[in-house]
Design a protein around this ligand. Structure first.
Ligand SMILES: [Ca+2]
Ligand SMILES: [Ca+2]
Length: 458
């Protein structure tokens, strides 16, 4: 009989291991629940790709080792002066476009990142066993972000911790996005503090997330408490930033004496989640419609239209998927970023509307709604699907014209598109906009099987 897995806490009796939310990182491959890119919707796609390997330690433990490939890897945002001197290695337990975005603005989305939801949850005790290199220029972090299930505003950041190795600082940060004061509790480590030298090998970092507070534990010792009530799902990120030039708090990797090895590493034995028997269940949006023929199931989709409303709306899908056929999602052809970001966004992203799902779904009909349809709506489109949302997109509805009949702002015209073959167990689809006004608009997308279309008058 195997020993039950327990958390490394002074009192661990009530915590129950959650294998479906945990990863022992025993290889040989990365669990497909992790997104193997680090916030690639904001960064260069290849530079965001996690470099990793599984290694066996002398004690027999297998660990995931994230590393920065100094020679073979580019900068995370080579086009942006503030971020073009560091490289990243990271995996995230949740992902989608417009993740980590806040209503006051952010970087334009420069790559589509498929929807991942394997590790998002609410409340519990979250633990990693890890080791990392010390020295200037490195910032390994184990952190959490809001999954933004219902609204963009559910996007707090919890660093638990972020470690700035230059000054031997463990930072336990709470970074709300909505203008609230952030809280940062900095714990120095190393000689002269009660904590062990965290550079010397594996240590255990734990975040207890209670409805009333967050507590950070290091090697079973409580080091920080922040009173805060976060009541929506968050997902974990495990990342290493590698700064080549000076960062005020982090330093730079050329400042190290002796020099670091070429590949900077962040090594994780496991990521474990525990809950108590009375931990409240995860919240999930209160959808109206079941996934059955005759219902509009688009309310369960993550629909990403690349445009102004998608950037700034507080609702998750903006005005494109709010159930109101007269509230309109306008795109605009240039983003708010650098020239290169704007070009990339316009050329690579502007002409796609991605439709992704929490679970596989069946559908045979897509209905587009538009007001002022003839002058603002897309004019020629096709529909494609992919098994993983990254590439190998195949056409399920070839290029065709949208024959809009009206051009009145007081009319929401519906246009029904029947797929040639019903989609079964689909998770990643997209509408490719072949022809449209430079700034195009739609008010709603409805999806389902045997669903009906209408035209609505204000
Ligand atoms: Ca392991
Ligand atoms: Ca709408």
């Amino acid at each position: 009989m195997s020993t039950p897995i327990r958390p490394f806490l002074p009192d661990n009796t009530d915590w129950i291991y959650q294998p479906d939310l945990s990863d022992e990182f025993n290889g040989p491959n990365l669990d497909p629940r992790w997104c193997p890119y680090y916030q690639a919707s904001w960064g260069d796609m290849d530079a965001s790709r996690a470099r990793y390997r599984f290694i066996t330690e002398s004690d027999g433990a297998t660990s995931l080792e994230l590393y920065v490939d100094n020679a073979g890897q580019g900068y995370w945002q080579p086009w942006r002066a503030s971020n073009n001197t560091y490289k990243v290695a990271g995996i995230t337990g949740g992902a989608r476009d417009y993740m980590n975005m806040w209503p006051s603005g952010g970087f334009p989305v420069t790559n589509h990142v498929p929807y991942y939801d394997g590790f998002a949850t609410r409340y519990g005790y979250f633990e990693i066993r890890t080791r990392f290199l010390s020295g200037s220029g490195l910032a390994p972090a184990f952190w959490f972000l809001g999954m933004q299930d219902a609204a963009y505003t559910e996007n707090i950041e919890v660093d638990s911790p972020e470690v700035f190795t230059k000054n031997s600082q463990v930072k336990f940060n709470l970074l709300p996005r909505q203008g609230m004061d952030s809280q940062s509790k900095v714990t120095d480590y190393g000689p002269g503090t009660p904590l062990a030298d965290l550079n010397d090998g594996y240590h255990i970092y734990g975040l207890e997330w209670d409805p009333e507070y967050l507590k950070l534990y290091i090697d079973g010792q409580l080091v920080s408490t922040i009173e805060v009530a976060i009541d929506y799902r968050m997902f974990p990120l495990i990342s290493l930033n590698h700064h080549e030039t000076n960062n005020a708090e982090v330093g730079n990797v050329y400042d190290n004496d002796p020099p670091l090895p070429n590949d900077e590493t962040f090594t994780i034995d496991y990521y474990r989640v525990f809950k108590k028997a009375d931990t409240p269940a995860d919240p999930w949006p209160n959808y109206q419609n079941p996934l059955l023929p005759g219902y509009n199931i688009a309310e369960r989709a993550f629909i990403n239209i690349y445009g102004y409303d998608g950037d700034s709306s507080t609702s998750r899908e903006g005005k494109l998927n709010d159930g109101d056929r007269f509230s309109v999602a306008d795109t605009y052809p240039k983003g708010s970023g650098t020239e290169e970001e704007n070009e990339r966004w316009y050329n690579d992203q502007f002409r796609y509307i991605y439709i992704e799902w929490h679970q596989p779904v069946d559908f045979d009909t897509v209905i587009l709604y538009a007001t002022q349809a003839q002058s603002t709506a897309p004019q020629n489109i096709r529909i494609e699907v992919s098994s993983d949302g990254y590439d190998n997109w195949t056409t399920v509805k070839p290029d065709f014209d949208l024959d809009w009949q009206t051009d009145d702002p007081g009319v929401a015209e519906g246009l029904k598109i029947m797929l040639d073959t019903p989609l079964e167990q689909n998770q990643h689809a997209r509408i490719v906009i072949n022809t449209a006004p430079e700034s195009y608009a739609l008010s709603e997308i409805e999806i389902g099987t045997q669903i009906n279309v209408s035209t609505y008058f204000k």
